[in-house]
Design a protein around this ligand. Sequence first.
Ligand SMILES: Cc1ncc(COP(=O)(O)O)c(C=O)c1O
Length: 456
Amino acid sequence: MKVKNMSIELIPTYWCNLLADFPDLYQSTLIDPSIRLSLPAATKKVFPKLPLNLLKQSHNVTDANIFIPEPIRKMYATYRPTPFRRAMLLEKALETRTHIYYKFEGSNISGSHKLNSAIAQAYYYKLAGVKHLITGTGAGQWGTAIAYACQLFGLECTVFMVDVSLRQKPQRKKMMELFGATVHESPSTITELGLKTLSEKNSQSSLAIATGEAIELTNKIDGAQFAVGSGENNVLLHQTIIGNEVLNQMESLNIFPDKVYACVGAGSNFGGIAFPLLRHAQLHNKHCEFIAVEPVACPKLTKGIYAIDLNDFSGASPYSKMYTLGSQFIVPAIHAGGLRYHGTSAFLSALYANHYIKACAISQEKSLAAGLLFAKHEGILPAPESAYAIAAAIDDIEKNSLRDGNIIINISGHGLFDIAAYEQYQENKLPPDAIANEVLRHNINILKNNSFNHIT
Ligand SMILES: Cc1ncc(COP(=O)(O)O)c(C=O)c1O
């Protein structure tokens, strides 16, 4: 007997391609060919080779909606639609009249929104004949998602995981290995970049270094490709399944939010919820603010500059025009590993530069306090990354700026592997996380002194 999967009918059939709504903004993200020619030659040798489908998705300014292939929707149906709920007990605790809604992306096996793109990417890479995906991961959510998606589609998988996060969350490594992936602690001893980094005095780690290692290894293995967990237009596109679902879920409640909060690493989680709602607001003349929430430890939107910069530490990846703190900036080891990235998606940066979205920065202490409060009242322990968005929303509510409104918080993942972070918060043992202005200025000046940035 054939069993009908009821939930697949509730899953949107299209991703929302916001590039088609803002073709001029998309155009503004492209680096002028004359500037491109002046970029350091060493950085031009490696370009991650995307399958045609993914490449087209990253540059498509004509199709407002992009059809989700059936095999991807079938995989989505194992965990989607994801919960969209009102946080009534939190509202009561805050004594607010604001209606707080949240979307929860942590209810799949990988524990975060990252699976939405991992499944799509594994599908398209498999279709293109690729055998092996290699990637870098910060907190491990992207690594877990891609490891799981690779085993779904029969691909080999190698992950470089930032050492700080790996030691904080060894279960993440184990989980990836259970799905058949090979996991290296980054900096590793198997790449030149890893060895060089380890040989340096006070050697540091970051997602930019893990990414550099992944790209270096990809270039040495036939049939392997580098997969990226955020930042690229196609990744943001895959994540719009979140916002498209929210539109359906809100329609049944006959509401539209005044504000939407989501944390920002490279931007796919934020773009995923914001893009469909931004389109809806523009088309229907509704007012809604979209707040990108970042850590004070990595304030690229609120304190960075809009410049041409590298996506990784080693210079192995192409340049992007984006809000950045500089690819050499080492982000303090905050628990929200997924937010320890120096830059932001090029398209999101263009939206921010043109005031379609807003940003704010929150401290680690405040975010974990908000995460714990949310857990105590709503029964979900948010990932430390997601807790930043909750803290920003609570901040606004406490300032009374949202009286009687509706807000949505995107809770990108669960924090069940992050108990140590909450424990450290409770025991008052969190190290300081704010960055001295001189440190920010030093890295930003390096960027400004690059000749190709004089024009931006
Ligand atoms: C739970 C969680 N939330 C948010 C983020 C930030 O993601 P993005 O790069 O999509 O902004 C990450 C990144 O790893 C994450 O794991």
